[in-house]
Design a binder for this molecule. Sequence first.
Ligand code: PHE
Ligand code: CO
Length: 295
Amino acid sequence: MNQPKRVEHQMTDKGYVPVYTTDVVDQPWDSYTPEDHAVWATLFERQRQILVGRASDEFLHQQQAMGMTPDQIPRFTDLNPVLKQATGWELIGVEGLLPELTFFEHLANRRFPVTWWIRKREQLDYLAEPDLFHDLFGHVPLLMNPVFADYMAAYGRGGVKAHAIGPEALVNLTRLYWYTVEFGLIRQPDGLRIYGSGIVSSKGESIHCLESASPNRIGFDLERIMRTRYRIDSFQKTYFVIDSYEQLMDATLPDFTPIYERLAAQESFPAGSVQGTDTVFQRGTGEGWPEGADA
Ligand code: PHE
Ligand code: CO
């Protein structure tokens, strides 16, 4: 079992990407080549350097506490006892992106699906689908944090519910995931830091999201986020900033059912827009923003 088994293509939050079998697989660790381990080492060392002073202290600390190192691709079976002990989560191996409902059900049960295969060296800077580096390096460290761990499980339960309500609810909920779990910033005493997995696993966006004058940086606002479209083909035009993981958890505790109903009657916002009600940390210059429709 070396090649992921793609079963179909599906429009997702990352554009059209292959969706794989729903099978949970044992991480075929012995099948990793020396080159796979070397790609991991290159990416790991590069990002750890870039992320000092850029990623949230919690992310940096927890990644180390888990025992992830550049030495070799970690074995899920080595990380799982540590993670399980900390927050009750476990990693499961998957071939790649899962159908939405399957994904939500795993999260609700504190199982985080990690793509077992790693990108090729030609794809160090970008690939369209999540791979081992994005999933493991990017998503897993914060699952060690009790509050964030609870948020992710609650999100899974919320996903199952939104899936039953209908596609519009799912769009709203997916935007929340996008602007927090994937592309979120957090305000630390010493300034803005990254916690979003899509950012921490990307060299270019790790620098861009904090240092570029072009994007908006706006205070977290649940319904505002759920109305906001996003970019799948470029760096984000807008980043939303939380004050703490508790803020995220507290804001998402209420039942979303009435929120979905309210939002169904409202227009969505373009990815790069600034609204009158926003807490604006930085109004983006919009320099270099791509034309064309937001997702
Ligand atoms: N409280 C949300 C609901 O009722 C579920 C949820 C929790 C969604 C956390 C996202 C994050 O649907
Ligand atoms: Co991701």
